[in-house]
Design a protein. Structure first.
Length: 287
């Protein structure tokens, strides 16, 4: 939705935003391809003008909401020779779209409450009026402007995971007994929880600072990358320690901590891998 709010025309906003708010329109953004992950300027999906339409060809994978999306913002090349300057964002309305096909619903390690699919485009005709922005070739710039918010959002999500995991783990260690006393009464447990609580509060301060920067319009790519990298890294460290405190029960999917552990791993991958985040941070240092 934030791509439409930032770059959509008045007509596009009127057509799609109300339904997205009400939940009648499910949306997706199609970035990743089988051979292209974090390197968005290397996408192979392309769009060719055909009168007042584009014909789109290519494929995407790992697309959240891919199986249920009513509209898909497609990252594609409108100029295949221009590199990053040839990337555009085009909105596809999926209903009755000839040549558009959804692949299998991918079986994932975690995040099983969210459908993730492959998408295929074979001469899919989309009106040129569905281009986001006033002209072609703005897509890479549009992505780079919006990705800091998406990366901060991953850090916010990480903090939510951590808060819930700690709540569950504290309750469990206060109730579960071993060797005649609560697990909470063992020094190892108390120290581990103290470490995790400290990590949570440090992350909270950084996330709150990021939100303040976002609202002030000063959130830069490097800071957002730090938040995404550090938040997801911390999230996985905390899930690991919390699951350990549950013992064998932590390995059982009927306990929320097991699902939290599985769902957390992808946070270090999507939105740009943490290795890419480190590279972006390093670029801000080596200027």
């Amino acid at each position: 939705m934030h791509y439409l709010m930032a770059y959509g025309s008045d007509e596009q906003k009127k057509r799609w935003i109300p339904g997205m708010i009400s939940g009648d329109i499910v949306s997706a953004i199609a970035m990743t391809e089988p051979g292209t992950g974090s390197d968005l300027q290397a996408v192979q999906t392309f769009a060719v003008r055909d009168g007042n339409h584009y014909k789109i060809n290519g494929s995407k994978t790992f697309i959240t909401n891919g199986h249920t999306a009513d509209i898909v913002v497609i990252v594609c090349k409108t100029d295949r020779e221009a590199g990053a300057k040839g990337v555009s964002l085009i909105v596809l309305e999926t209903k009755d779209a000839k040549g558009f096909r959804r692949g299998r619903n991918l079986k994932k390690l975690g995040m099983k409450g969210s459908d993730t699919a492959e998408l295929f485009f074979e001469d899919v005709r989309v009106p040129t009026s569905n281009l986001l922005g006033p002209e072609e070739g703005q897509g890479f710039f549009q992505l780079m402007k919006q990705l800091p918010w998406e990366r901060l959002m991953i850090a916010i999500t990480a903090l939510g995971f951590i808060d819930f995991a700690l709540e569950q783990t504290i309750a469990y260690t206060q109730e579960r007994r071993a060797f005649g006393k609560r697990i909470m009464d063992f020094q190892n447990t108390r120290f581990k929880l103290a470490e995790m609580k400290t990590k949570a509060e440090l992350l909270r301060s950084f996330v709150n600072d990021g939100i303040a920067r976002l609202e002030a319009g000063t959130l830069d790519a490097a800071t957002a990358s730090m938040a995404k990298y550090w938040g997801s890294q911390t999230q996985n460290e905390v899930m690991h320690e919390c699951l350990q405190l549950f013992g064998g029960y932590g390995f059982m999917m009927e306990y929320p901590i097991a699902r939290l552990y599985a769902d957390s791993r992808v946070q270090m991958i999507y939105g740009g891998t943490n290795e890419i985040m480190k590279e972006l941070i390093a670029r801000s240092i080596d200027v």
